[in-house]
Design a protein around this ligand. Sequence first.
Ligand code: SF4
Length: 395
Amino acid sequence: MIREVRIGNTFIGGKHPVLVQTMYDKPLGGIPKDNDYIRRMLILKNMGMSVIRFSYPDINEHDALKYVVKNTPTPVVADIHFDYKNALDAIKCGVAKIRINPGNIGPFWKTGEIVKAARDAGVSIRIGLNSGSLPKNGKGTDSGKLPGSSELTSSEALSFSREKAVLRDEPSLQEKAVLRDEPSLRERATGEVSSLMVNTALEYISRFENLHFYNTVVSLKASDTDVTYAANKLFSQMSDYPLHLGVTEAGGAISSCVRSTWALGRLLSEGVGSTLRYSITGSIEDEVYAGMELLRTLGLEKKGLRIVSCPMCGRKTFNTQDFLRDAQAEMLGTGKNLTVAIMGCQVNGPGEARGANIAVSGVGRKIFLYRDGEIYKETTQEEAKAELLSLIEKY
Ligand code: SF4
């Protein structure tokens, strides 16, 4: 059984469902102190966001962080790099969780101060390790000094593994091709990097436990999907602490969805992972949507609005592409438990409308709204969004 960890009023691990997270896309100082911020957060929460993280690089943003903690409908996480005092201040602001990589906080006593403050305040900590910032000694942290400026990049770690393979007088690539039972150089390098990540995480956990702190979540992220998969799988076999899953720096929506779904879907279907984030160079609404779609696809989540939409072709009389781009987040943000079909023409429109709770479709030269498979009313491209949202809200 995975250990239960509390993040504010939310729990992960144990028997709790897998949660979707995202990270806010603007500096704290730029957050509008008006209803736009609160409205956006409510939409994200209704879409399925359970936790949101904010970068907190400057304690001069203390008031902005307090505002966020007070006005965000989900637990707030402060992301801290380099300066442990920022973490101490974030805890004073009331955040539910701190995310740190102890390797870039400096000597361990600084991380220890964060751990003690979090312990006393009931705040959880995510140990966030990326393959791009691992300790240089190749064995996790050393006993006296934690890695600060001396870090390996992921490519260095991979070449470190390759060097080791060469030093061991390994067979050539051609020889490996013949010796099919042997792991490939890439498999070996993946194993080296993932082992290093896991060893580092376990060592930090042990140090946290020495300070009587157990409210820990671990993330082991890499832009390489094989490393991400291997590190998380290995950790799950060695520890009962919950894992936050993610493929880091995964690119735009298409590449991130393919890479993240491949790695995270595999892990989740094997029972590994308690929370996740899709990292997308794009909108945080897409990150939450992608996370929830993965959970729904795996049968780990039943709730939420399901969209059925046609790709659009030359037959369309309703522009589904423009419509979906414009209306998707607000549709999902209603939080309704419905199927909504968005169809371009009568070829498949009326048929999909019959299978959906609500639909909008081109039919001949006209556009119709459907409710429970029956025509509800005629509309226009311009009015369709408002009409559909109103129908979803009333359903
Ligand atoms: S429903 Fe109509 S517009 Fe949409 S892809 Fe099919 S034929 Fe094309």
